[in-house]
Write a protein that binds this ligand. Sequence first.
Ligand code: PHE
Length: 436
Amino acid sequence: MKRTILALLLITTLFASFACERRGPSGTNATDSGGEILVGYYGDLTGRTASFGQSTRNGVEMAVDEINKAGGVMGRKVRVIVEDDQGEPNKAATVVSKLVNQDKVHAVLGEVASSNSLAAAPKAQEAKVPMISPSSTNPKVTEVGDYIFRVCFIDPFQGDVMAKFAAKNLKATKAAILYDFNSDYSRGLREFFTRSFKALGGQIVEEKSYTQGDRDFSGQLTAIRSANPDVIYVPGYYGEVGVIANQTKQLGIKAPLLGGDGWDSPQLWQLGGAALNGDYISNHYSVDDPSPAIQKFVAEYKERFKLLPDALAALGYDSMKVLADAITRANGTDSAKLRDAIAATKNFTGVTGSITIDKDRNAVKPAVVLKLVWDETSKGGKFSYDATIYPEGMTPPATTSGATPATGAASPATAGPPPPPSPAKAGASPGSGTNR
Ligand code: PHE
């Protein structure tokens, strides 16, 4: 009996060590043995922000399937190893450690929430494995080191976009802020929005915080109501925002809520429903964009997942495509060469726009402002395209053929005409106060 257990143990150990060593002769991820390309993906698949991780994984999967169907990257098939971090920073660090040290992946894609990326990035950096965050927007993420990249814009820009939209398009002079105290993302946006809004002559009349998982916001909202703001900036994640929207209306507050990309989830509507009508967010792309590349992506994604692709899905897709492009230019997966190739990414055409990585390893891209529109008849909500805002110094591309040029679009955050607006949509006509 003892012998059998011992033998079993031996076999398992042998098998386990074989499994760890299976890639590359020296077992280091810096080697380029020419076999499969291994990509680690980590995200929240079961936690409080699970729709972020699931959408992103869908986008990554879609990109990988396309790449493999077309013969792989330089003839090498791509295989993704998926890890669930349950939306917790310490777990994010653990799974990325496993991906880089044990699975010996060539690159890592993830995370969505900035606090999770911040916790995990040092593991990728120490192992010198390039990591591309599809959608973490806090500036500190890529400051971790020269192996850490992102394919999205950053929050000083995102906060500025909403501050300008509030001041110029909504003519707000008094704003209140309700932010998530434990989230690097939310704290950052609070700071950047405040800076820009004040620079425009606006005033922050009240400011309150909460933490993820809270369900009662009436104390904070009552204080905010007394300050009588024109708008309330809520840079949080959908799970709390949906509840906040409901409680805002229950307290009789009329001021619209403004938010960021963190609201983007189909589940937001299940939580907030009609209470979200007339609110606005900044985001990475719009499913309404008539550009053929976006419409092709939207159609294929819908066909496969029976859902509209949110920004997470589109950015997940783009992160994998940027990685594949860089591997081709690096002529393999040698980690230093791959790092340099990602850093040299220029005018890469993604679903979320043209991607150029700047010297700080961030993508410089426009943002869209979306209006939340609730339809009582169908009891469904949608994010309706309102405006595109370009970062300072970026010239908008020429209008796509066939698209109607924007008329009367008021004051984008920086110079430059807006890109093609969405086609007119029944049931989602922009109300007064929007810029169309
Ligand atoms: N930008 C958010 C963060 O950094 C994550 C996010 C991106 C959420 C896109 C939704 C959509 O935490």
